[in-house]
Design a protein around this ligand. Structure first.
Ligand SMILES: O=P(O)(O)OC[C@H]1O[C@H](O)[C@H](O)[C@@H](O)[C@@H]1O
Length: 285
C-alpha cells in the first residue's frame, strides 16, 4: 500500500535501492532492500543516531558495516552454519508495505526461504522486518514464521550500531545484576554496577535481560532502549586493534560507535510449523 502523499519512497542509497520512511513530523529512516538493513535513523528535529561506516561495502554477498544488520538464523558462529550471523543480512528482501499511519512512517520488508536459502539451512520460513519511525522514536520488529512442515530453532539479533561522539565517554546504564558471557575474556560474570563504560574492546552477551530499559548516555545526549521478544542484549565495540583489522571500517571509528543489540542467543527460539515469533527493539532519544 502506498502512503499518503508518498511520504515513503524508494531511493538510491550508495547505488542501491532503499526505502526512505518519512513521518509527517520530519522523522526519517532509510532501509536498504539488501539485507533489510536499516542504515539511517534521524529523529524529528534531530541528527543521525546510527553509526554507518564510511567504508562499508554494499555489494552482493557483503554485510554492511553499521546501521542495523538483521542476524538470522544464527548468531555469530554459535551453531551449525559456517556463515557468521546467518545469511539474511546479505540477501535481497522485498518491500511488502510502505505507509504513513497515525503520524508514523511504516515500512515492512519481507524475505522468504527459497532454494538458495534451503541449500544453506534446510528450513522454510518467512521473515518480516517492520520499521516504524515518528518523533524521537524508532521501532524495529523482526517476525519469523515457520512456513514448513517441521519445527526448527534459531538464534537472532537486531545488531544496532549507535553513533556517539566518543565511545570512551559513553555510559550504558540498566544492566546491573545481569549475568553475561564475556567473549573477550572467555569468562562468565555478573554486571556489578549499573554503569558500563567502554575502555577498549567489548564483546558481551547479557543473558535474559527481560523488560529492562537501557540508557546510552553521553554529554548532552541519551538514547533509551527497550526490547520485547528478544531475551538477551549484546554489547559490542571492536576496540582499536580489532577495528584496525576490519577492512570495512576506518581505524579510528571504534570511538564513534557502540553496538547495543536486542538478541535471542542463550535460549534459541523453537518454532513449530505454522507458528510465528516476533522480537522488537524500541529506541527513543
Ligand atoms: O563483523 P561482523 O560479522 O558484523 O560481527 C561483528 C560482531 O558482532 C557481534 O556483536 C559479536 O558479538 C562480535 O563477536 C562480532 O565481532
Amino acid at each position: 500500500m502506498q502512503g499518503s502523499a508518498s511520504v515513503t519512497s524508494l531511493v538510491d542509497f550508495q547505488g542501491h535501492p532503499a526505502l526512505r520512511l518519512r513521518a509527517p513530523d520530519g522523522a526519517q529512516a532509510t532501509v536498504l532492500l539488501h539485507g533489510a538493513h536499516l542504515v539511517s535513523w534521524i529523529p524529528a528535529g534531530g541528527e543521525e543516531q546510527l553509526y554507518l561506516s564510511p567504508t562499508a561495502r554494499y555489494g552482493d554477498g557483503q554485510a554492511v558495516r553499521g546501521g542495523v544488520p538483521v542476524v538470522f538464523p544464527q548468531f555469530n558462529l554459535r551453531g551449525p552454519l559456517p556463515h557468521k550471523h546467518g545469511f539474511v543480512r546479505t540477501r535481497a528482501w522485498s518491500v511488502a508495505e510502505q505507509v504513513v499511519r497515525a503520524g508514523c512512517a511504516i515500512g515492512v520488508m519481507r524475505l522468504e526461504s527459497d532454494a538458495a536459502t534451503r541449500a544453506l539451512w534446510p528450513h522454510d520460513f518467512a521473515l518480516e522486518l517492520t520499521v516504524i519511525v515518528s518523533g524521537r522514536e524508532l521501532e524495529i520488529e523482526l517476525s519469523v514464521t515457520n512456513t514448513g512442515t517441521e519445527a526448527f530453532e534459531f538464534t537472532s539479533a537486531l545488531h544496532t550500531y549507535l553513533r556517539c561522539h566518543d565511545a570512551l565517554r559513553l555510559q550504558l546504564e540498566g544492566l546491573q545484576d545481569v549475568g553475561y558471557e564475556d567473549a573477550v575474556l572467555g569468562e562468565v560474570h555478573t554486571q556489578w554496577g549499573d554503569v558500563l563504560t567502554v575502555v577498549g574492546e567489548l564483546d558481551r552477551i547479557y543473558r535474559q535481560v527481560g523488560g529492562r530499559t537501557l540508557t546510552l548516555r553521553e554529554l548532552g545526549h541519551r538514547v533509551h532502549l527497550q526490547q520485547t521478544g528478544f531475551e538477551d542484549v549484546v554489547v559490542w565495540n571492536p576496540g582499536d586493534e580489532k577495528c584496525a583489522a576490519l577492512p570495512d571500517m576506518p581505524d579510528a571509528d571504534w570511538r564513534q560507535m557502540l553496538c547495543v543489540e536486542a538478541a535471542s542467543i542463550t535460549e534459541p527460539v523453537w518454532l513449530e510449523p505454522g507458528a510465528e515469533w516476533a522480537g522488537m527493539q524500541q529506541l527513543q532519544c
